[in-house]
Ligand binder design. Structure first.
Ligand code: NAD
Ligand code: TYD
Length: 375
């Protein structure tokens, strides 16, 4: 079957993996990548597929309603996979307006453009919105039956896994966002569901845990720390490093998006996560060990770089996603164990230093500004 799919934010971290997967797997689909190329968007993330006949790129802002409408019409879009967003919590604390603009108004602009273009003919159409587990708020580090966390549980998945608390985020967990980032994502999720409930638009929302892997912008914990270790720079650990995050390899998220786009139930919500909770400081020690080993340094060489710094304002204590609905209903499961995923990730960043250096020097931004100035 032929399809014309608009992927927004395809030049970013997760978006580039989704674009790559769809372009490679579905030669009959036309994949249109709409991206503004903010500081986080980088076309070098898509070098390997940029010449494919089923791939097109449009530099546009999702907030530019007329442009989005024109792109929907021009490519006869029948499916939208919406990833474009401002995505970094620390930036949202400094500049919440940009987050409200892109994440809330930008999503509304896309929804409204799709509604106008599809004009009530919903057959074969889908608006799929990618969201985060952060909308659910923060979980406690609880201590059931006097057992010190972490403890193993089978309560939420078929496998035993380490957990730092009794509770998990489920699809019906009440939204309770704390950061401007998560508040803006929560708001956009509500708009997507409102477009289904009010106009009948076929929509799906998924909420995923923290992703890691190649092409992540080095302001996020894992690529930042790998790069800092390589340069012998301090590793700024917020607070005591006690916060817990639930990590998923980015290609497993992309596979889940593919599955849900094709087989997911319209108007439904799916949580995506790998039952893989880590306390930041433990994760950081794994990263240090892996980088040191791959660089040929003696074990423990870079431990002294750990530097405890002032905590992030409103820092959510624990995220833990229950993705058993997705596993049960659509048969998805993560393909990688965390140790393999981290090894692969560290290797990728060490092998692709030119990619990292290009970003940290700011060269790529100047290049795109020049290239697109008169378009
Ligand atoms: P990212 O910051 O790496 O990439 C965002 C992309 O969106 C960039 O290419 C950027 O240029 C583009 N963009 C930003 N503003 C735009 C605008 N106004 N118009 C058009 N394009 C714009 O983000 P990411 O980590 O890949 O996250 C992608 C999506 O997944 C986001 O919606 C995020 O909320 C969600 N998510 C991320 C994670 C994670 O761990 N990174 C986890 C769960 C959900
Ligand atoms: P991050 O990668 O920013 O993702 P998120 O805030 O969306 O979970 O941060 C992951 C965790 O690492 C989070 O608890 C904050 C912490 N952190 C640090 O301790 N130091 C850092 O320099 C960064 C960027 C994050």
């Amino acid at each position: 079957m032929k399809r014309n799919i608009l992927i927004t934010g395809g030049a970013g971290f997760i978006g580039s993996h989704v674009v790559r997967l769809f372009v490679n797997k579905y030669p009959d689909y036309r994949i249109v990548n709409l991206d503004k190329l903010t500081y986080a968007g980088n076309l070098a993330n898509l070098k390997d597929i940029e010449d494919r006949p089923n791939y097109l790129f449009e530099r546009a802002d999702i907030c530019d309603f007329d442009r989005v409408r024109e792109i929907m019409r021009k490519y006869e879009i029948d499916g939208v996979i919406h990833l474009a967003a401002e995505s970094h919590v620390d930036r949202s604390i400094k500049d919440p307006f940009t987050f409200a603009r892109t994440n809330v108004l930008g999503t509304l602009s896309l929804l409204q453009a799709a509604r106008e273009y599809w004009n009530g003919d919903w057959e074969g159409k889908l608006f799929y919105h990618i969201s985060t587990d952060e909308v659910y708020g923060a979980l406690e580090l609880t201590n059931p039956e006097g057992v010190e966390p972490p403890f193993t549980t089978t309560a939420s998945s078929s496998e035993h896994h380490l957990a730092y608390g009794r509770d998990f985020f489920y699809e019906d967990t009440k939204y309770n966002p704390h950061s401007p980032y998560s508040a803006s994502k929560a708001s956009s999720d509500h708009f997507v569901r409102a477009f289904h409930d009010t106009y009948g638009m076929p929509t799906i929302v998924t909420n995923c845990s923290n992703n890691y892997g190649p092409y992540q912008f080095p302001e996020k914990l894992i690529p930042l720390f790998i790069n800092n270790i390589r340069h012998g720079r301090p590793l700024p650990v917020y607070g005591k490093g006690e916060n817990v995050r639930d990590w998923l390899y980015v290609e497993d998220h992309a596979r889940a998006i593919d599955l849900i786009f094709h087989k997911g139930r319209v108007a439904d919500t799916y949580n995506i996560g790998g039952f893989n909770e880590w306390k930041n400081i433990d994760l950081i020690k794994v990263i240090i060990r892996t980088v040191d080993r791959l660089l040929g340094n003696a074990e423990g060489t870079s431990e002294h770089l750990i530097t405890y710094v002032t905590d992030r304002a409103g820092h959510d204590l624990r995220y833990a996603i229950d993705s058993s609905k997705l596993q049960r209903e659509l048969g998805w499961e993560p393909s990688l164990q965390f140790e393999e995923g981290i090894e692969k990730t560290v290797r990728w960043y060490l092998d692709n230093q030119a990619w990292m250096d290009n970003i940290t020097s700011g060269d790529y931004e100047r290049y795109y500004d020049e290239m697109y100035r008169n378009r």
